[in-house]
Ligand binder design. Structure first.
Ligand SMILES: Nc1ncnc2c1ncn2[C@@H]1O[C@H](COP(=O)(O)OP(=O)(O)O)[C@@H](O)[C@H]1O
Ligand SMILES: [Mg+2]
Length: 373
């Protein structure tokens, strides 16, 4: 099989910027050649937050302008990632773009998952055929449309020491690979509440290395209150986002709490660790021997230390130990999904998302020009 190149593009729930991966594929082999994270300009960040913050599904007419401007921004990010490799749009078979989630409501009478970053705009501006809208076909088949990462985790980590994979983004998702079929779900918050609290209390984007959390003491009564959230007890399939775990959620639970802010941060970190550990314990009869961690939370030393203390029998390490860049895995996922879509291969989402059947994920916007950027 001839080598090809794909691009993967995503901005996660942390909304910290667009991750791009340039991926060379040869048969089943995937190699990340280059990665780049492009922070959002303030104007886009503010516009995204304005859609998410009110805590209700954004109206269609408010989505369109941002859909287009994010499409243009994602296209610029794609082209920027090609520069250091001396590549041009014509060298890329396709880009897979997740876009930016602004609303994820997979259940109820009118399930929807909205990602902005208009695929045809990306294709038009970059000159690269773009696969986008990866979640809605799964929702239409009765699935959650999320998480999708377990599908790639299975490809990358399958083997005798497969164990489990944990992605610590804004939200945490866990993949269990010991059974005959891959299985995974969102456990709850990973960094989103930690980021919120450190932003509010200290004006910092995130708690570097988890040092501020590590300077505090866990408050057991508050931790118990935080754990008393129906989402954590619900069986999979399940997925969540900022629609649920946001400033209002936190404010309600902190309303009657009088404690040092660093102790609250320590307790929010304990919430992430405890929900991940409990999910792992409840979903596997035999605990996995290894837990491979990816996503920005892998750089939070306090989370990694606390997880290891909570799960002493499990080897916990970055996916880097398996040769997979922990910061590039999600971008790699969308490059891989673009290739699967172009090949016309439906993906086995039912065991993960609860869809009724395997689903062809993504919509193709074919590039018709050299790109306009
Ligand atoms: N050095 C670090 N120390 C602590 N936390 C970090 C560090 N680097 C990244 N993070 C956390 O990771 C988050 C970004 O992770 P990411 O995987 O990009 O999430 P998402 O997929 O939701 O965008 C940041 O918001 C921050 O909370
Ligand atoms: Mg991110």
């Amino acid at each position: 099989m001839n080598p090809e190149r794909y691009l993967g593009l995503i901005s996660g729930t942390s909304r910290d910027g667009v991750d791009v991966a340039v991926v060379r594929t040869e048969g089943a082999h995937l190699a990340v050649e280059h990665t780049l994270t492009v922070p959002y300009p303030d104007s886009l960040r503010v516009a995204i937050d304005a859609l998410i913050q009110p805590g209700r599904r954004p109206a269609m007419n408010r989505l369109e302008p941002l859909d287009r401007s994010l499409g243009e921004f994602f296209a610029a990010c794609a082209l920027k990632a090609l520069q250091p490799l001396g590549l041009r749009a014509g060298d890329i078979t396709a880009a897979g773009s997740h876009g930016q989630t602004v609303w994820h409501e997979p259940e109820g009478p009118n399930p929807v998952s909205i990602q902005l970053g208009h695929g045809p705009t990306i294709a038009q501006c970059s000159g690269i055929t773009t696969v986008y809208d990866f979640r809605r076909a799964d929702l239409a088949a009765g699935g959650q449309g999320a998480p999708l990462a377990p599908l790639l985790h299975e490809q990358l980590f399958r083997g005798p020491d497969a164990g489990a994979v944990l992605n610590l983004g804004g939200i945490a998702n866990l993949t269990l690979l010991q059974g005959p079929e891959v299985y995974g779900f969102d456990t709850g918050p990973a960094n989103c509440l930690l980021d919120l609290w450190v932003q509010e209390q200290r004006g910092l984007p995130y708690d570097e290395d988890g040092r501020w959390a590590a300077s505090g003491t866990v408050l057991p009564a508050l931790l118990e209150q935080l754990l008393d959230e129906p989402y954590f007890q619900r069986p999979a399939p399940k997925s969540t986002g900022l629609e649920q775990f946001n400033r209002a959620w936190l404010a309600r639970r902190l309303a009657a709490v009088d404690a040092a802010p660093e102790d609250i941060q320590a307790t929010l970190l304990a919430l992430t660790v405890e929900t991940v550990a409990a999910a792992l314990e409840h979903s596997s009869t035999v605990p996995p021997s290894s837990l491979w961690v990816c996503g920005g939370g892998v750089h939070n030393r306090a989370i990694m230390t606390a997880l290891q203390q909570r799960l002493p029998g499990i080897r916990i390490a970055s996916t880097a130990a398996q040769g997979v860049n922990p910061d590039a895995l999600e971008a790699l996922l969308f490059a891989w999904l673009a290739r699967e879509r172009l090949a016309g291969r439906p993906l086995n989402t039912p065991p993960v998302t609860g869809a009724r059947h395997a689903v062809l994920l993504g919509t193709i916007a074919t590039a018709q020009n050299q790109g306009e950027l």
